[in-house]
Design a binder for this molecule. Structure first.
Ligand SMILES: [Zn+2]
Length: 342
């Protein structure tokens, strides 16, 4: 049984779900911050990690070029009037990344830029693209988010606002399609998954999917629980992606090496299982940090014996993605926020 078959986030309900998610983006700290962390006290702007030219690695992905190392995976290909680029890495690396892109593609300017979401490791090329008068495509929530100062538990500083010229010029609440250099490029909303404004971008002619924030292959895809990301939407995003892909689809994650469509289907099943386990632990009274500690082996004998599976025991993603503590804590916290009144 899938979430979609039950009652949650059907395609037809995406417009309905978008409104509350938009609302969630506005009062950033409407949800209580976790104990010990007062995000309203964070006032220093976030600056991404600066890299050098040798850190930006290029590889061919289905005839597109993948640039990694500037903050996130960036996909680019050339058209007659400039480059189409999906995501942009950190702004601090924008000049280096652009030099690599134009050097590889032989382009002079950014023609179209797609933001898969508004986090600063995705929107670092927006300002340059704005100066190039590029079309910048994003979810409407992303447009709103980059126009204001935000805080996120995923970044140690304030984020934005970006200058007006850097803001998306074409937005969607659901899905869209564009023609670029003679081929179709599709994009679609993944509601409430990694943030409140995630898009995937799909190149059907090349069988390449740029999955955006919910998918990573070299670390756990941490959910931004203060900015509209929820475990519920996160799991649903994997259902949407799993429905789209074929086993041999090349899937570009937000970070890490490319994976296959078959990998995405496996991940969907694993995250679904984890989501169900959360509710077992939920009913036993565990909090977000407790879940991460319980998974790491801590017993809670002094409180009450916890008879439950460790959430990720035996999960093959553990070998691939490393320490899951922050992912577990934030994913569970998002489950609480979406389930309990406060
Ligand atoms: Zn992100």
């Amino acid at each position: 049984m899938t979430i979609s078959r039950r009652h949650f986030l059907r395609d037809s309900a995406q417009f309905a779900i978008a409104a509350p998610l938009l609302g969630a983006a506005a009062p950033l700290l409407a949800a209580p911050p976790p104990a010990g962390v007062d995000y309203s006290l964070i006032t220093k702007p976030f600056v991404g990690k600066k890299v050098s030219a040798k850190d930006i690695i290029q590889r061919d992905v289905g005839g597109l070029t993948l640039f990694s190392g500037s903050g996130c995976n960036v996909i680019a290909f050339a058209g007659p009037d400039g480059a189409l680029i999906v995501d942009g890495g950190h702004a601090v690396n924008a000049a280096l990344l652009l030099k690599a892109v134009h050097g590889k593609l032989g382009t002079q300017r950014v023609h179209t830029l797609v933001n898969t979401h508004w986090h600063p490791d995705q929107t670092g090329l927006n300002e340059v693209a704005g100066k190039d008068h590029a079309t910048i495509i994003a979810h409407e929530v992303t447009r709103l988010a980059v126009g204001r100062k935000l805080r996120s538990p995923l970044f140690d500083g304030t984020i934005g606002p970006l200058p007006e010229a850097a803001q998306p010029t074409v937005t969607t609440y659901d899905r869209g399609v564009l023609q670029f250099a003679g081929e179709e490029v599709q994009y679609r909303y993944l509601p409430g998954a990694h943030t409140d404004g995630d898009l995937y971008v799909y190149f059907p002619k090349r069988n390449v999917l740029v999955a955006g924030g919910p998918v990573t292959s070299d670390r756990w895809p941490v959910i931004d629980y203060l900015n509209g990301g929820f475990m519920h939407g996160f799991v649903r995003s994997y259902e949407v992606l799993a429905d789209l892909v074929k086993p041999d689809t090349i899937v570009v994650p937000a970070n890490g090496p490319v994976i296959s469509g078959a990998d995405v289907v496996k991940m969907k099943d694993l995250y679904w299982q984890l989501f169900k386990q959360f509710f077992v632990l939920f009913n036993k009274g565990l909090g977000p940090k407790d879940v991460a500690e319980f998974n790491a082996g801590k017993e809670f004998k002094g409180v009450v014996p916890i008879v439950a599976d460790r959430p990720l025991i035996g999960n093959p993603l553990l070998q691939q993605l490393g320490d899951p503590s922050q992912f577990l804590e934030f994913a569970y916290r998002s489950t609480q926020l979406a389930t309990l009144p406060f």
